[in-house]
Design a protein around this ligand. Structure first.
Ligand code: COI
Length: 353
């Protein structure tokens, strides 16, 4: 580092304190809640110009009116993003503005007021910095950040709430799914319908998935793969991840046109794969195409990039290539390399905080 002092450049050495860490067995982390120190809360009441008076408070329960919009009508959105520790112990956020923009898009669909992009990113930054001892050491996990936007104003009738709370909490996490990814194609239940909320991160998109997911797990599968609700013949996504298939030089993923969550990892992988020289396409993907794919992989903030080991549909199972040598393995290494500061971030995706 150089600094201009009395018209001369002088070498400046910054001494950085060693990071302090919480008492966590980092290598045992899965995807479960560890209660951290602080959360960030900011409110909006009809008549206010915007969300204001955001504060960090101790992590803990919140009080809600029994008649609040979120409890009665599910008027709520969530986001998911991660903070990673670099080798020099600085902390990086990965594309937080993308989450802020997706929340704004979801808020519009759900008739909610949302924080500005700047407020969102600043709240995430403050939450991570207040909880920095919970950001795992370099290469041993990440801090998963969960911003929520919920209707907190009381409403008995079916109409948008007039008070909203934006809350950010976090938890150190390891792998979302430790074992192999064996998918069961779900041909009875659907995740989303055209014109519905499948394309936004509405809280109500997730619990309806529990039934088919629980059933699939009871049969030994790790996740379900949903088909489109209209024709029942095109793949859409998993319970919490997007899906890609590879054939030759072409990587395809279902078009995010309202029934698919426009994942930020999905978008990043599409950009990285194009940079690797693959032809990347978004289109309707008939279920039959998974049977001659060379590789299938899932993406998501929690999931990162994970190769699919097998897909089972109507009693027929197909297995796919696994391991670091796969295209999914290369994409995983590149993405996590950028996220953890090991690979130079030429795309401007990371933010040091
Ligand atoms: C994420 O990957 O961040 C998600 O939102 C999936 C989640 C439901 C675990």
């Amino acid at each position: 580092r150089y600094r201009l002092v009395n018209s001369k450049f002088t070498v400046v050495t910054y001494s950085r304190e060693k990071a302090e860490y919480a008492n966590v067995n980092w290598d045992e982390l899965g995807f479960a809640l560890t209660k951290i120190d602080y959360m960030y809360v900011m409110n909006f009441t009809q008549g206010d110009e915007k969300f204001s008076h955001g504060t960090l408070t101790r992590f803990g329960n919140i009080e809600l009116c029994p008649s609040s919009g979120i409890l009665n009508y599910g008027q709520g959105l969530f986001e998911g993003l991660k903070a990673y520790r670099k080798a020099d112990e600085r902390i990086l956020l990965f594309r937080p503005e993308e989450n802020a923009l997706r929340m704004k898009m979801g808020a519009d669909r759900m008739c909610m007021t949302s924080p500005t992009v700047e407020q969102f990113v600043d709240s995430v930054r403050k939450t991570v910095l207040a909880n920095k001892r919970w950001v795992p050491p370099h290469g041993r996990g990440s801090l998963y950040i969960r911003p929520l936007l919920i209707g907190t104003g009381p409403n008995l009738g079916v109409k948008p709430a007039f008070e909203y709370t934006f809350l950010v909490y976090a938890s150190p996490v390891g792998s979302y799914n430790k074992g192999e990814l064996n998918l069961l194609v779900e041909d009875k239940f659907h995740r989303a319908t055209p014109g519905g909320t499948g394309g936004i991160k509405a809280v109500t998109n997730y619990s309806p998935v529990y039934k088919p997911l629980t059933q699939a797990k009871a049969k030994g599968f790790s996740d379900v793969l949903f088909l489109d609700a209209l024709s029942g013949s095109h793949i859409e996504e998993g319970s919490a991840c997007n899906i890609f298939i590879l054939k030759g030089n072409v990587i395809s993923t279902p078009t995010a046109d309202g029934t698919i969550l426009p994942g930020i990892t999905r978008k990043s992988i599409m950009e990285l794969a194009s940079g690797f020289g693959y032809q990347v396409e978004e289109r309707a993907l008939p279920i039959d195409e998974v049977f001659d794919a060379e590789e299938v992989f899932c993406t998501g903030t929690a999931m990162v990039v994970k190769p699919v080991a097998s897909i089972t549909y109507q009693g027929k199972t197909i297995e796919y290539k696994q391991g670091e040598e796969t295209v999914a393995g290369r994409l995983y290494a590149t993405l996590t390399g950028i996220q953890t500061g090991v690979i130079e971030d030429k795309l401007g995706w990371t933010m040091t905080i």
